[in-house]
Write a protein that binds this ligand. Sequence first.
Ligand code: PFF
Length: 453
Amino acid sequence: MSQKTATPPRDGFSSRFGLIAAAAGSAVGLGNIWKFPYIVGENGGSAFILIYLISILCVGLPVLLAEFIVGRRGGANAVRSFKKLAPNTKWPIIGWLGIIAAFMILGFYTVIAGYTIHYFILSITNAFSGMTSEQITQTFNQFSSGYAPIIYTIIFILLSVIVLFGGIKNGIEKYTKVLMPGLVGIIILLVIRAVTLPGAGEGLQFLFKPDFSQLSMSAILDALGHSFFSLSVGMGTMLTYGSYISKKENLASVSCSIAIADTMIALLAGVAIFPAVFAFGIDPTAGPGLVFITLPNVFLQMPGGNIFGALFFLLLFIAALTSVVSIFEVIITYVTEELNVNRRKALLLTTLAVIVISIVCSLSQTPNTFLSFNGHSLFDWMDLLSANVLLPIGGLLIMLFLGFVMKKDEVADELSQGSKSIKTTMVYLTITKFIAPLAIAIVFLTGIQALFH
Ligand code: PFF
């Protein structure tokens, strides 16, 4: 019997829970547990949180929905989806920018992700026991400016490859369905430990009692920028996941669930961290070192602290892993579809490239490095350029594409799975055409300005 070589059906998420676990897994990452608490600390607490919530609602969420709409309608990688929806135009550039951003974010993100493995080991082996506060700081400074992070970064990348190997349904979905409930369980345990510490009330007040006198213009911009990074939007990640979503799913409700999950976990991370920081009289405005310097001090003073410390770094590890695989997927889906190679080969090529970029990023943190320009290391540049420039530009262009280029019928169809709801579509299109682009343009212009000062 002659056998026709039919193309196999495209991979995809097999259940709603799997889709939400994977997409929320992408959104919930180092941004929620490492960055959110320290920017809240630096910007005076709860007034900042309020601005952040408004940014998520008015900008982050509409961009997330836009990416899902373009991805599902296009049914392909970030570049090809635009090619299909707007043939012979320059719009596929959005996809290209996304791929560049993916390499840049992976470059620095996997380095910090590697730290979590080292800190997990330090905590579980009780290595901080007996250390003074200065010694804990020294441990971090010596580690982060040395060569050891390279090893942990490579280990982390190889662990991501295990998740990515099976594809969407049998890889990303399969693992995130287990990892995400695990993450929620750990954070709840840590929250219970933190709020039952004597003196925890002060930390909760810092988080939940707004003090608007602390709110500066730069805090507002930080909040808006962070809402992009935190929801993983502006670079085609959610667009790529969107291309694997079945036609049955209601994209608006899935997007809301993800935004709620992401915000809840960021807030819970704050509740797990600040009461403990205040209970032990430690400065809450410690900046990026909050997690790796301040928290080991906190755990050291806590009964059973090494176990809670290990749990915390495990939490950070899981959060980073489920985000890193989503960024990888932008590149892998592109390479498989455009270079016409199988997933295994695409994974190998992408992994090698990411390992090289991450090593260079990590080396830029060592003393006397030549990988530093204009007062920032290459590592910082990757972070600044992706979060302050590429993500806002990507988000802005996606909104403009959806608002002005894509056919209104197609948007309505994707929004309502066929039964066209004109009112929702009109409200959504007004946000996409005017409100969100304006807000993003402001963040972008200010972000650029900050880079060159
Ligand atoms: N949302 C992730 C976090 O908060 O850590 C970071 C991230 C993941 C950014 C995926 C962008 C992305 F495409």
